[in-house]
Design a protein around this ligand. Structure first.
Ligand SMILES: Nc1ncnc2c1ncn2[C@@H]1O[C@H](COP(=O)(O)OP(=O)(O)OP(=O)(O)O)[C@@H](O)[C@H]1O
Ligand SMILES: [Mg+2]
Length: 323
């Protein structure tokens, strides 16, 4: 049996609450999903819904408040020893949205890519390190002449290639891509997305791909999860979610994308009101205030994420009681 369909990552009831001056902010409030080895889960939703916090909590850049994150069956949130943390730091990586602000401006390309390998004592000699860095530059499409160049001397696409190389040199199994192409020109976006696709196949990488833009997610995702106010409201294989969206929030997001099949031919759905505050989320359905056609139970009961057809989960009062 091929092991390609085994989940590499299983996230169970992940919560991340921030203690702020105004009270407890529920940035991520019970998120569960799994990602098969070599596949991509696209995580979409509006600004502030908790996407980055999910990505950071999984790799423990933010310590989660509760939940489980199983990688190859081991709960990495229980890792404590130096050895375990080293393994976590190597096997789980993140690529950030804005490579300009995430790269040290005083380091050149070579040193930026060598840095994570040096910190993790990955190579025993400088020669080995040098070979690996040049090899990695080649892998991500940076020619040797860039080795001495500094971030400000390079364009956005090349800078993001450095960000990807920095992640890849540690030979991770899992990478959080947090809006990796959002800061790039549209023409460059496609090149970088293609690169990520090729790298995924070549190195059997597993991605959590975060974006506020469904049309970007569609190119790279096997599965898509839609987030709203700290929770997943719909999740399925990408084609099912695009062809048969069930949650009114997914429908509204899809109606806004400039792809004739999904967006323009459907009637544009405008939501009313604003996203409620994660400091004080509604007790019932968190989406209830945004649409005019909800049943009265929605104000009272908080709907569960429910599998309404095989591999298609929806958190909506309208689907709670359907068998
Ligand atoms: N370190 C922090 N301390 C307090 N609150 C935070 C912190 N980081 C994020 N938040 C809050 O958590 C919520 C989720 O933020 P997050 O950055 O995860 O959203 P996002 O979906 O990634 O948004 P964007 O699309 O703008 O990147 C927001 O209300 C945000 O203000
Ligand atoms: Mg974010």
């Amino acid at each position: 049996m091929s092991n390609e369909k085994e989940p590499l990552l299983v996230v169970k009831d992940l919560k991340k609450y921030f203690h702020t001056k105004s009270g407890e902010l529920k940035a991520v409030d019970g998120v569960s999903f799994s990602i098969n080895r070599g596949e991509t889960l696209g995580l979409v939703g509006e600004s502030g819904c908790g996407k980055s916090t999910v990505g950071r909590a999984i790799i423990r850049l933010h310590e989660p408040t509760s939940g489980q994150v199983l990688m190859n069956g081991k709960n990495i949130l229980e890792y404590k020893s130096k050895e375990e943390m080293k393994h976590l730091r190597q096997s789980m990586q993140i690529v950030f949205q804005d490579p300009y602000s995430s790269l040290n401006p005083r380091m050149n390309t070579f040193d930026l890519i060598a840095d994570p390998a040096r910190v993790n004592h990955l190579f025993s000699s400088e020669k080995e390190l040098e070979d690996a860095v040049y090899d990695m530059m080649d892998t991500v499409g940076l020619t040797n002449r860039f080795a001495g160049a500094f971030p400000h001397e390079m364009d956005g696409g090349s800078r993001q290639r450095i960000g990807i190389a920095r992640a890849l040199i540690l030979k991770p199994e899992f990478i959080v891509m947090d809006e990796p192409v959002s800061a790039l020109d549209v023409s460059v976006q496609a090149q970088v997305l293609n690169l990520m696709d090729e790298l995924q196949k070549e190195f059997k990488l597993t991605y959590l791909f975060i974006s506020h833009d469904l049309s970007v997610v569609r190119h790279i995702s096997d599965w898509v999860a839609v987030m709203y106010l700290g929770q997943i409201v719909e999740m399925s294989r990408y084609d099912v979610l695009f062809d048969n969206p069930m949650h009114p929030y997914t429908k509204a997001l899809l109606s806004a994308i400039p792809i004739p099949k999904y967006g323009l031919q459907r009637e544009r759905i405008y939501l009313k009101g604003d996203v409620p505050s994660p400091l004080n989320p509604p007790a019932g359905c968190r989406f209830a205030g945004r649409v005019p056609w909800i049943p009265k139970e929605a104000h009272e009961e908080h709907p569960e994420l429910r599998e309404v057809e095989p591999d298609h989960w929806v958190r909506c009062t309208c689907y709670q009681y359907k068998s």
